[in-house]
Write a protein that binds this ligand. Sequence first.
Ligand code: HEC
Length: 178
Amino acid sequence: MLKFGKRQVRSLVALVAILVVAVAVAPSGGSVFGYSPDTSRGIRPIQFRSNGERIYFTGTSSSRLPITPTGGNMHMRMRGGGCASCHRADRLGGRLMPRFWITAPALTPSALFGARDEPADDDGHGDHGSYDDAALRRAITEGMDSGGKQLDPGMPRWSMAEQDLADLIEFIRSPDRN
Ligand code: HEC
């Protein structure tokens, strides 16, 4: 019969704990230990309810057709990612890092289409009117806001299939998860 002393039990417990942590961290690419903007606020869903939601979070389409950003930040160029890396999982936007003086605006229906909740000047939305689908398309693919002004190059210009763009816009039009 094998008998465990207190010491063996303790090292066994430690080993199991290390394994549990390793398994938990591995799927996230180890980003638990590093800075990863899309985990900084809001929760990334485990399963996507639509192709548009998938594109928003991952920058990839379930059609497997390519989605390519031009510009954007270094984090994205190195690791890829979707809109959520800057506009965040909760779609409320936030400052870019390390270029904190640039703000990615909120991409919620109330921010883009409705009357603004509050007249904040630093929410990243330029001085422009409401969006419609055509204006959203131009913002995403050409970097032009609804007032015809060029957006900061911190906002990538995206190239994607027509259907993917339509799915993405439908997702942006949907109410957020909360
Ligand atoms: C690397 C960061 C980054 C990523 C990734 C990104 N954006 Fe942006 N986006 C920005 C920034 C910064 C602005 C604001 C630019 C400005 O103020 O001139 C912006 C602006 C916008 C605007 C204009 C909003 C307004 O109020 O005028 C839309 C629409 C938009 N982004 C949609 C998207 C979509 C859709 C995706 C994913 C396909 C995406 N963005 C990915 C950084 C990003």
